[in-house]
Ligand binder design. Structure first.
Ligand code: PLP
Length: 426
């Protein structure tokens, strides 16, 4: 029997002495950062707890509705709990959203009309939204563009919003109905936007045009800070339940939260006008959505700790990382630049090898729906594609950047990364 963790790492997982040295150094270096995130976690746990208590959640809310799902009290109560957590008028939390793209697309389609313009002020939106907007080359069937919704995009300057151009566009183009902000980096080499930066954007936009809808793609951002975009002026946010806010427990789904008028418009798009959020049976998943939300402040921080540790470890091993381990974060993503195709692929294969599920399969780059380049995805998750579980993915394009995120427990997160690093450091 192997008696110490270190022996286990060494002999069971073949982690070299060199990698173990880096590991011990990295752990020491990140300690003070962890204290900051522990405080955020504590605050958010109390925030979620009070939302559950104020809505008087009881086990009668863990209903199992069928058919139309009229009067599903669990579904309706979870909407209210989310609205409290987001300090918003309303929320729409549904297992019927097939993913985050669907929730975001529903918010956009529900609130934009022909001849309206959507303005992205954070450069190119996340890859899977290109088909929704209609900027996907020839494959734009059913997109906003096909329905006559225009799209404009302002590039970031050194990773920051170009406020001068935002002002010009808002003053010049009265057809702009919605401004799109993406909190997380997605597949970009930039920092995520802090809540303080999102606040600055919201204030700036509202001063120029009170009537414009500020939409924030909040994927990967939930519970990374003590406030959310809706606390600081965003009108509408959306995200996935198999990322932070599902707590690793929600089996599927998405959410939209914000001003009631805009959430209702989205609900009309999710189902149909006149029905909105009042129908939709929940097949017995409600307890998992409640329990996932309850765990989410903790789980999100396990993922952040994994990211912070990875940043330091990979930096010590000689790789360029973004964000750095001591940068303030607003999402759970850790980007690592490999500048080398094989290193990138081997790192992802290592993450796969260290997974609790499908550890025996080799992941390979492949063509994925919604993405333009081939993508490699390492994900040995209990919930398929869940990226609050330890995962790494990368579009296969120069400079070969891997995006690592998740980790339901920091203990697993760090071991997974040690295994991955061992694949490329000899
Ligand atoms: C994950 C993500 C989405 C939605 O992706 P899905 O895979 O459809 O859930 C959108 N925007 C960002 C920034 C994301 O990280």
């Amino acid at each position: 029997m192997l008696k110490s963790t270190k022996e286990l790492y060494k002999f069971k997982y073949n982690i070299s002495d060199r990698v173990l040295e880096l590991y011990e150094q990295a752990l020491l270096d990140v300690e003070s950062q962890f204290r900051i995130y522990d405080e955020i976690r504590e605050y958010n746990q109390a925030k979620v707890l009070s939302a559950l208590q104020e809505e008087r959640i009881s086990d009668t809310h863990f209903t199992n509705s069928s058919g139309y799902g009229y009067g599903d009290i669990g579904r309706d109560a979870l909407d209210k709990v989310y609205a409290r957590v987001f300090n918003a008028e309303a929320a729409l939390v549904r297992p019927h959203f097939v993913n985050g793209t669907h929730a975001i697309g529903t918010a956009l389609f529900g609130n934009l009309r022909p001849k309206d313009t959507m303005l992205s002020i954070c450069g190119t939106p996340y890859d899977t939204l290109h088909g929704v907007i209609g900027i996907n080359g020839d494959e734009n069937i059913g997109s906003l563009r096909e329905y006559g919704v225009n799209y404009k995009q302002l590039e970031l300057i050194d990773g920051k919003v170009d406020f001068k151009r935002v002002e010009e566009e808002l003053l010049k183009d009265k057809s702009i109905k919605l401004v799109h902000i993406q909190r997380s980096t997605g597949y970009g080499w930039r920092s995520s936007f802090l809540i303080s930066e999102i606040e600055q954007m919201c204030k700036f936009i509202k001063k120029i045009r009170e009537d414009v809808i500020i939409f924030v793609d909040n994927c990967y951002g939930e519970f990374i800070d003590v406030t959310e975009p809706t606390d600081v002026g965003a009108d509408l946010v959306a995200g996935s339940l198999i990322k932070n806010i599902g707590g690793g427990i929600a089996p599927t789904g998405g959410y939209i939260a914000g001003r009631e008028e805009y959430v209702n418009q989205a609900a009309f798009r999710l189902t149909v006008p006149g029905i909105g959020g009042e129908c939709g049976s929940t097949f017995g998943v409600m307890r998992l959505l409640f329990q996932g939300l309850f765990l989410a402040p903790h789980i999100a921080m396990e993922a952040v700790k994994t990211a912070v540790f990875t940043a330091r470890l990979m930096e010590l091993a000689g790789f360029e990382v973004l964000p750095k381990f001591d940068d303030k974060r607003s999402d759970i993503i850790q980007a690592i630049k490999f500048n080398h195709k094989d290193n990138l692929i081997n790192f992802c294969k290592g993450i796969q090898k260290g997974s609790p599920v499908d550890s025996f399969v080799e992941c390979e780059p492949w063509d994925m729906p919604g993405y333009n380049d081939q993508v490699i995805m390492a994900a040995g998750a209990f919930i398929q594609g869940s990226s609050i579980e330890l995962s790494a993915d990368a579009p296969i394009r120069d400079p070969y950047i891997a995006y690592l995120q998740g980790g339901l427990t920091f203990d697993h997160g760090k071991l997974g990364v040690l295994i991955a690093l061992s694949k490329i450091v000899r």
